[in-house]
Design a protein around this ligand. Sequence first.
Ligand SMILES: [Mn+2]
Length: 288
Amino acid sequence: MTDRLEFGDFAPEFTQRNTSRVVIVPVPYDGTSTYIKGADQGPEAILAASPNLEFYDIQTDSEVFTEGIYTDAAVDGDWQGPEAMAAAVRKRIAGLLDEGKFPVVLGGEHSVSIGAFEAMAQRYPDLTILQLDAHSDLRDEYEGSTCNHACVMARARELCPIVQVGIRSMDAGEKPRLDKGRVFFAHDICDGADRGWIETCVGLLSKHVYITIDLDVFDPAVLPATGTPEPGGMSWYGVMAMMKAVFRAKTIVGFDVVELCPRPEHWGSDFLAAKLVYALLTLKYRLK
Ligand SMILES: [Mn+2]
């Protein structure tokens, strides 16, 4: 037994490290966020909310936890900057890939994804990184670091092709780095737009896909507890429709859910993040 929080509250036979296909990796890091601090509390809030989910999925008539969901120790340390944190995440994820596990990273601010990107790109030469986010995150450098949360997708682009979904906030200086053919802006895909864009998006992905979900991709009315909320975001069913199409067509090799900034008055955000994790696992293993 361990006194640390676990995802869900499953019988011990479904939470053993050696038999679990899924490994949850909390990364409680918030070293570079620029507006509201608190993303380091995100993993704990997601884990704390998770036992309150229903673990039966209506749409697929399934209980995906039977694949085994192990919650690993947090990647944590007394780091001087995000570079050292990214290296620690890379090492952890590379180890899990060696063991044949399906890693799920819980942030933490978005820079926690960089180490996962590196481990994934090394393992899968044809990788595409699919980003759901309000922000393009394509700054080459921000506040003295190339691993700042505002630079996450600039680092991703150095490793492999990327596709960006839900974007509605960026700096003019990022324009040269933006590949417009691979960006789905929120104003084009939200608010009653038909979902034909999803097929176009799936068509841009390679076989192996890593998904990075900044929770601020959701509209703040849906998920308010995030550090840099932006109006005009995606709905729950908008995200799920897209995810269903992606998981059906491609081999998803892992994903992260980042930038939850928990607030006591917005406990629904913690629950949404936990539900999103479980819903994506259902799509991974139970989608018919
Ligand atoms: Mn963002």
